[in-house]
Ligand binder design. Sequence first.
Ligand SMILES: O=P(O)(O)O[C@@H]1C[C@H](O)[C@@H](CO)O1
Length: 313
Amino acid sequence: MADFSATLQVLKELVPPALQNPRVGIICGSGLSGLAATLRQTVLVPYDRLPGFVQSTVPGHKSSLAFGLMGSGGGVPVIAMLGRFHPYEGHRLSSVVFPVRVMAKMGVNDIIITNAAGALNPELAVGTIVVVHDHIALPNLTGMNPLLGPQTNLSLPRFLPLSDAYSRLLRKLVFRAAHDLSIKRDALAEGTYAWVSGPTYETPAEGRFLRAAGADVVGMSTVPEVLAAREEGMNVLVLSLVTNAVVIPMDYRSVRDEFEAENTGMSATSVVDEVVSHEEVLALGKLKGDLMKTIVEKVIDLIPSDVSMSVQN
Ligand SMILES: O=P(O)(O)O[C@@H]1C[C@H](O)[C@@H](CO)O1
């Protein structure tokens, strides 16, 4: 069983008392650590100072916790992970979710999890922010579930329902925030996130398969954090930034046809296979990071403090 006391003790020593009881937790996705720029009275704690924390090895992910105040007025105390851990980096699932459990132990009730994701739904333009309302997690269904194993806390449920995993109230607040900020309607959408282990991007057939299963976006993170947060009793909001379209040509582009047309002297349209890259993902994060930041800040402003103190959905 993980020992949180050493981690909490270090945080007690490094974080000023006014920031030691964060109300909201944030996890910054690929290229989205700029969220921390909106914090006031920021205190950064590098992961290598914290027992139980591993290191983020992915470009676009820093390795620090940020404590600070966010939002208008006096501000809401928040804790933000600038850089997350992914199973594909070689981290155990228990390490991936360790920071979420630390957040819970510090008193966080509401967690906002962001990620970069590829669009499976052709109606989702690159740059759209998807308010996630459900997920499909093939790794969970086949034995890669962070809640597998002995119960870490007997006061938490053994069999966790997930039909209400994504807080209705927090999701609705995103649309209120966008309305109040006059953000144009098609900047936001709702959808289902498919979790894959990565680090490979999807083949066209895998993309078609996930789309046929009902997923709108696909990514390599988030779901383990959602499960741990729900097990800890937190309200969960997930925002996916669409950084690329998953390449899923619905029509098979025959190379035999192409070859035969070329061979008989007929003109053939040679198709160049499209590929996605992490550089593309990070570039989009840079481009749309401000929109994500603005929405998150406004949502935090709108979370009623009395609601945040008690579990709702
Ligand atoms: O940490 P997130 O889910 O935001 O990062 C996505 C998934 C992979 O880590 C990476 C692939 O480009 O971006």
